[in-house]
Design a protein around this ligand. Structure first.
Ligand code: MLT
Length: 415
């Protein structure tokens, strides 16, 4: 019989979003008449369609694929030059940031990249994650045997958990211990809060001091509406020597179903093998891509490129503005319930503290069973998320209005 990866046995329960789906399905089976009343503010999935600039570009790319003279077979594994160059220019060079097209690796989204980056990193790393955290960072390390077993508090042995709480405004304090790999995500999923430039500078200084690497996830950076807040870690001097950055078109371009994102791996970034040999991560990541992937489809990459056209930028920004307005209304709805609310000012997630003594899953159950509103339980993102719920601002304006309406009728049984 074949041997299998026993690390999967260590995983504590199902992947969070599947667990929520499971509970919602169970609710629908038991309450078929309420199924149509459900308001979905759980997973952060976009609801606005692709913008016209993207649709036109993708149609035209389909036509290219239907003509012998413009047909494309296998593309470059790390992305077509037209997209890598557009990204390098619009995301970085136009903003005075030193990143070139060859440092951009186009992929089918940042979730996969956050997982596959571990292909080029080593078991020996001292790994830190924030708590609460996007569960992908944790589960992918568990699957590869980078952790021990899960404890009663839901934390895995061998990982360093950096508490992100209301006291530190959801940006962990700089650790006093040496670490090798640090996952950071800002604007943050799940808390919806973000990091200041000074705080990010402190993290870069820490990483440089300890020769650590920061795995920086900016999937939500296009929701930032304050120019003083960093949208890329490479705005900070020194970050080219200590950071890999993950980008996604999912939330900024409505690509959750289309699938496209990219990783930035600067050429200066090095790490060492356990015997002390220095290696260039860019070369390793390039090697990994050329072996394991044939890249993202031409049609999708043409769609992503269109997000950088003038029309594409205007149209995509208008959609993000709608989601931000949803977030503002949801914050107000929570506040009217007397809940303390964070996030959603530069992100699509509201992070609301449950009433005293009510756990995250109790609040999830109450919102689902009594009000038919699906939210995410904060404790699903880590033990420091206990006592919070996350509400997604991605539903349509009509759904958000109805959520707020139902919230306004909620009596003191939860607030
Ligand atoms: C979320 O709800 O946290 C995200 O949509 C999940 C994801 O991006 O994979």
């Amino acid at each position: 019989m074949a041997y299998v990866n026993a690390n999967y046995q260590k995983l504590a329960g199902a992947y969070l979003f599947r667990e929520v789906d499971h509970r919602v399905t169970e609710f629908c089976d038991q309450n078929p008449s309420k199924k149509d009343k459900l308001l979905r503010c759980g997973i952060g999935d976009v609801t606005e369609p692709l913008v016209p600039a993207v649709v036109t570009a993708m149609h035209s790319a389909v036509d290219d694929q239907g003509r012998g003279s413009t047909f494309h077979g296998y593309g470059p594994p790390t992305g077509y030059p037209f997209l890598r160059e557009a990204i390098a220019q619009h995301e970085f060079q136009d903003r005075g940031i030193d990143i070139d097209a060859q440092e951009i690796f186009v992929s089918d989204g940042s979730k996969g990249d956050c997982a596959s980056i571990l292909d080029i990193l080593c078991h020996e790393n001292r790994i830190a994650i924030t708590d609460p955290v996007y569960p992908v960072y944790v589960d992918t390390n568990v699957m590869l045997g980078h952790t021990g077993s899960v404890g009663e508090n839901g934390q895995y042995a061998g990982l360093t958990y950096l508490p992100a709480t209301a006291e530190n405004r959801f940006v962990p304090d700089i650790p006093s211990v040496p670490l090798d790999l640090i996952y950071l995500c800002y604007p943050n999923n799940p808390t919806g809060e973000t990091i200041t430039r000074a705080q990010l500078e402190a993290w870069v200084a820490y990483a440089l001091d300890h020769e650590a690497i920061i795995l920086y996830d900016v999937a939500y950076k296009d929701f930032i509406r304050d120019d003083s807040l960093p949208k890329s870690i490479y705005e900070i001097p020194g970050a080219r020597q200590c950071a890999i950055e993950f980008h996604s078109f999912s939330k900024s371009g409505g690509f959750t179903g289309v699938r496209c994102g990219f990783t930035v791996c600067p050429k200066e970034l090095t790490g060492k093998t356990v015997d002390g040999t220095k290696l260039v991560l860019h070369d390793m990541w390039n090697r990994r891509w050329s072996t394991k992937s044939n890249g993202v489809s031409y049609i999708v990459q043409r769609g992503a490129e269109a997000l950088y056209s003038k029309a594409g930028q205007t149209q995509a920004t208008a959609i993000i503005d709608k989601y931000l307005e949803n977030g503002r209304l949801l914050r107000q709805g929570c506040e009217s319930l007397g809940l303390t609310v964070y996030g959603a000012q530069h992100s699509p997630y509201v992070w609301a503290a449950c009433p005293e003594g009510v756990s995250s899953w109790e609040m999830f159950d109450e919102m689902l069973n009594t009000h038919q509103i699906i939210v995410m339980p904060g404790s699903g993102f880590g033990s420091c998320g206990e006592g919070y719920i996350r509400i997604s601002a991605f539903p349509s304006a009509e759904v958000v209005a109805e959520v707020v309406n139902r919230m306004s009728k909620i009596s003191s049984n939860i607030a």
